[in-house]
Design a protein around this ligand. Structure first.
Ligand code: FAD
Length: 325
């Protein structure tokens, strides 16, 4: 397998050259124990929409209590979806599209982050979404690894340094300058930990000033929130591309689970219509129609790319994208 048979491009170059709005996807690594073919089966279907890039999420090791043969429960570390880096390299080789690994601060010492970035550079992966990561199940708030980064901005700075040829070992001379295009996360409805929307926006601006090249947003169901966010970003001097992250609702139960998991609002109109649905098919159809409408409005507003969270449900997503274009 050779992964460098096509011209590698930064996300920012792809967006700058695009004559029309692009469509991209976020996929999850397979559950541990499943073959990568299960992910290929999903991507095979997504290729119909010619995505110039595909994001692959990163899943930190977490803890679970397991019943041991001794009869006692023990806390054991598990990583349910490993393989982000390898998956990205194989996606690039198999599909000739850019793969964007998500890299998180949680669980990494700064030296380990540097090693991961060197590995990505060797693999020809030059687009990375730099994230902090969330708290683990049994922690109330995010706890950085001892000797690890506290905020995403710290990883952005590290990547920016490597792009300038500055590594953690200050005695390295003429070190190779990496060429990372750095994506960061943005929150149209504010990140849940931020004390105010304005402060969160300023933290986002700081990430961009530190070297962030583009923004991908948390999902949202009300375009007004996204369009206001873009306007507010521009007003405080954020000039980089802002890519909306979108996902269709697929069932009534998500009216509760999505706001509590992602700290976002579901518009009253969508909630009321969903409550009226009598069958799972009707719920899914409503979610698709809402997402198609949302996407069409965003297209009209001139967004550079529509970035869909697949969350494993590629059939529904296919129906959305076919409905938009
Ligand atoms: P940060 O930018 O570090 O911000 C975290 C919080 O700290 C914010 O409230 C911010 O306002 C605040 N803050 C920042 N700087 C400062 C400062 N100097 N002082 C005080 N407060 C500050 N998680 C995963 O584990 N794996 C994934 O693959 C993944 N993919 C994602 C993709 C997207 C598009 C998005 C939007 C999120 C994703 N996440 C993922 C979730 C993300 O890790 C969480 O939302 C996390 O809680 C915050 O990450 P961040 O990079 O936005 O953090």
């Amino acid at each position: 397998m050779c992964i460098n048979t096509y011209k590698l491009m930064k996300i920012t170059e792809i967006l700058a050259k695009a004559k029309e709005t692009k469509v991209s996807f976020e996929v999850l690594p397979p559950l541990k124990g499943k073959s990568i073919q299960s992910l290929y089966n999903i991507i095979d279907q997504l290729m119909e929409f010619k995505p110039p890039f595909i994001d692959v999420t990163y899943h930190r090791e977490d803890f679970e209590y397991k019943l041991m043969p001794s009869g006692y429960y023990e806390k054991v570390a598990i990583r349910k979806r490993p393989g982000t880096v390898g998956i990205c390299a194989s996606i690039m080789g198999k599909y000739n599209v850019e793969a964007v690994p998500h890299l998180i601060c949680g669980g990494f010492k700064v030296e380990e982050t540097e090693n991961a970035l060197i590995e990505l550079a060797y693999l020809g992966v030059q687009n990375v979404l730099a994230l902090r990561g969330d708290a683990r199940k049994f922690e109330k708030t995010f706890v950085p690894e001892p000797g690890g980064h506290k905020y995403a901005i710290d990883m952005v700075k590290q990547m920016h340094d490597m792009n300038e040829g500055r590594y953690l070992d200050s005695d390295l001379h003429d070190a190779y300058k990496t060429n990372f295009c750095i994506g960061v996360a943005g929150y149209p409805e504010k990140h849940f930990e931020a004390t105010s929307y304005r402060k969160d926006l300023q933290h986002l601006k700081n990430k961009i000033d530190a070297g962030g090249d583009y923004i991908v947003t948390q999902m949202f169901f009300d375009n007004k929130a996204f369009l206001k966010f873009v306007k507010d970003c521009r007003e405080i001097g954020i000039q980089v591309p802002i890519i909306p992250g979108i996902k269709p609702l697929t069932k009534k139960s998500q009216l509760k689970t999505i706001p509590s998991t992602f700290y976002i609002d579901i518009p009253d109109e969508l909630e009321n219509e969903m409550e009226k649905c009598k069958t799972p098919e009707a719920e899914k159809q409503l979610g698709i129609e809402w997402c198609v409408q949302q996407s069409k409005e965003l297209l009209k507003a001139g967004v550079p790319c529509l970035h869909y969270y697949t969350m494993g449900d590629v059939k529904t997503l296919g129906n959305v994208v076919r409905g938009v274009f």
